[in-house]
Design a protein around this ligand. Structure first.
Ligand code: NAP
Length: 234
């Protein structure tokens, strides 16, 4: 497997995965909104021995996702896997969460994931092969205080992708959901929650979980995995 689309590649888990795959010589199409933050990641991927084509765009904008798959075809010559890491956080008491905040979280985490997954299913079912990996996180499986809007968006991701996995069974489309607990990334920088960074999942461990899913033989799929800090095991 050599050709990857990675969304959310400018930061955190997406960036760490991009660097690991680049070091293996992978061809990468990298997406996030900020060209300024994404450009240097593309440079690091090339320096590591891979191909890092940068395509900065907001996934919630109509036509962007279709454009990404076209760019993959035109610039990488195809696509073996999509690693969808783009997402936004919101940790806020329910009574303080506005309609606009709820809509923003649903738009990025649920709607954009639908758009990316739908195009991945279209592309991969046509070529009868392909892997879609995303990160609903542990809040796509269980609730948490002050996380109603975020958990709603992530439960939506879990439900839609489990449904797509059944719909595209036996068509070569493999779907992998990683339910990770708190990962030490910039995701937490602006959230209203005290977190103990040194007890979180290191970003390199999160990236290695993604790589484990990539490395399975193509007739197998790592459907779902849960990794939690010991203090939060279930
Ligand atoms: N960190 C955790 O504890 C944790 C745990 C479980 C699951 N997750 C999930 O894992 C994923 C990655 O998280 P992370 O920790 O790596 O977060 P992060 O460091 O904040 O990275 C999020 C990425 O998403 C991109 N992004 C946000 N909105 C976008 C949009 N509308 N269009 C395109 N790109 C967009 C950001 O780039 P730009 O700002 O340049 O657009 C950034 O590259 C998220 O879905 C998150 O919910 C995180």
């Amino acid at each position: 497997m050599t050709k990857f689309l990675i969304t959310g590649a400018s930061s955190g888990i997406g960036k760490a995965v991009a660097k690991k795959l680049a070091a293996r010589g992978a061809m990468l199409l990298l997406n996030s909104r900020s060209a300024e933050r994404l450009g240097p990641v593309g440079g690091e991927c090339i320096a590591a021995g891979g191909t890092g084509v940068v395509h900065a765009a907001d996934l919630t904008t109509p036509g962007v996702v279709e454009g990404l798959f076209k760019a993959a075809q035109d610039q990488l010559g195809g696509l073996d896997a999509v690693i969808h890491c783009a997402g936004v956080g919101l940790i806020k008491p329910t009574l303080e969460t506005t309609d606009a905040e709820f809509s923003r979280v649903m738009n990025v985490n649920a709607r954009a994931t639908f758009l990316v997954a739908r195009e991945a299913c279209r592309f991969f079912s046509a070529q009868k092969q392909g892997l879609f990996i995303t990160l609903p996180g542990i809040l796509g499986r269980v609730g948490m205080r002050n996380a109603a809007a975020y958990a709603a968006s992530k439960f939506a991701v879990t439900g839609m992708l489990k449904s797509m996995a059944l719909e595209f069974q036996r068509s070569g489309v493999r779907i992998c959901l990683l339910h990770l607990g708190g990962v030490d990334t910039p995701f937490w920088d602006n959230l209203q929650m005290t977190v103990q960074r040194d007890r979180m999942i290191p970003v390199e461990v999160a990236a290695d979980a993604v790589i484990s899913a990539v490395d399975l033989p193509s007739h197998l799929v790592l459907n779902e995995i849960v990794i939690q800090p010991e203090s939060h095991q279930m």
